[in-house]
Design a protein around this ligand. Structure first.
Ligand code: PGA
Length: 256
């Protein structure tokens, strides 16, 4: 497992304007970011320019929470990949369950957004995950398979998957280590079918859903869990840093 560098991503959702973003990032840059872990923060669009300025020259990466499938056009309220790149943004989240559930995102639009973002030069974090009803119906793996069906169109070298069971997001109820590892291992098997064994071994699969310092160590220690996509616990710099340290320990194989 050692070949995959852990990735810890903070998804701030609709939190932190410019002033709060600055306060958070100034504290983060004072903290010890372990070199073995890749760290990315995803503030709201309006905070990206200031965040980009503060993060210039640092090891902390900057991501957007969404990106459109065209470079420009009549798409009120949307933001295009070249606009993000111009700011210094290097990552984009696509297909978050909140986008799917509240804003009509589909498996098709998610892949279109991801493909355009990659073509423009962004790395993509593509989110998937089943609802509670789907899990209880025994449909988890079928749902995940459907959600990744189109990803053969993407470049695996610039892709990260985030497995986020919808029932775990913002609920305080995380997946168990067994549930996470089972889903991640199954996803990696399917990625091997799509991209080949080598690219599938290199592709990072993040866990998301109520990840916090109290559960990060055991979840991130799972063989196919390569980091986390963190919502609530990423808003507090101390808990975000604690998760980063847990990720570093899991990479080093330290288990106490
Ligand atoms: P949560 O959110 O950590 O607050 O559950 C995760 C996410 O939505 O990416």
């Amino acid at each position: 497992m050692a070949a995959r560098r852990p990735l810890v991503v903070g998804n701030w959702k609709m939190h932190k304007g410019v002033a709060e973003t600055a306060a958070f990032l100034e504290a983060l840059l004072q903290a010890d970011v372990p070199g073995s872990v890749e760290v990315v923060v995803c503030p709201p669009f309006t905070s990206l320019p200031h965040a980009a300025m503060l993060l210039t020259g640092s090891a902390v990466g900057l991501g957007a929470q969404n990106v459109h499938w065209e470079d420009h056009g009549a798409f009120t309220g949307e933001v295009a990949a070249p606009m993000l790149l111009e700011l210094g943004v290097r990552w984009a989240i696509v297909g978050h369950s909140e986008r799917r559930a509240l804003f009509g995102e589909t498996d098709d639009t998610v892949v279109r957004r991801a493909a355009r973002a990659q073509a423009a030069g962004l790395d993509v974090i593509l989110c998937i995950g089943e609802t509670l009803a789907e899990r209880e119906a025994g449909a988890t793996l079928a749902v995940l398979e459907r959600q990744i069906r189109g990803i053969g169109a993407l470049d695996p070298a610039h892709l990260v998957l985030a497995y986020e069971p919808v029932w775990a997001i913002g609920t305080g109820r995380n997946a168990t280590t067994e549930q996470a590892q089972e889903a991640h291992a199954e996803l990696r098997r399917r990625l091997a079918g799509t991209f080949g064994a080598g690219p599938a071994q290199r592709l990072r699969i993040l866990y998301g859903g109520s990840l916090k310092p109290a559960n990060a160590r055991e979840l991130l220690a799972q063989a196919d869990v390569d980091g986390g996509l963190i919502g609530g616990a990423s808003l507090d710099v101390d808990s975000f840093c604690a998760i980063m340290r847990d990720a570093a320990e899991s990479a080093a194989g330290v288990d106490s």
